[in-house]
Design a protein around this ligand. Sequence first.
Ligand SMILES: [Zn+2]
Length: 113
Amino acid sequence: MRTVSTEHKRVDIRRNDTVKVMTGRDTGKEGRVLRVSPNEGKVLVEHVMMVKKHVRPNPQRNIKGGIAEQERAIPLSNVALVCATCGPVRIGHEVRGDRKVRVCKKCGTTLDK
Ligand SMILES: [Zn+2]
């Protein structure tokens, strides 16, 4: 029996989208999506969920030791895509011409460029 999940998770958030954090430590923050990990159900948002990371000095790679700040991925369900007119919204889908686009559920504007 295979243990690999065949469930396909469709994710409507994409890289470079602007999202708003709806829950968690950084509620209310908006940022650009740096990375989406559909399999983990996580998203990395610029300047959101900053964590301090201790860095070991590595002279060979010219890395100074100390504390660096870095984003940590948060659950996709904690963010909402931001519509330029409505703010954070739910995403709908529509077929325009020969492609499927994401639309704002409130105003119907296409959220894809
Ligand atoms: Zn809208």
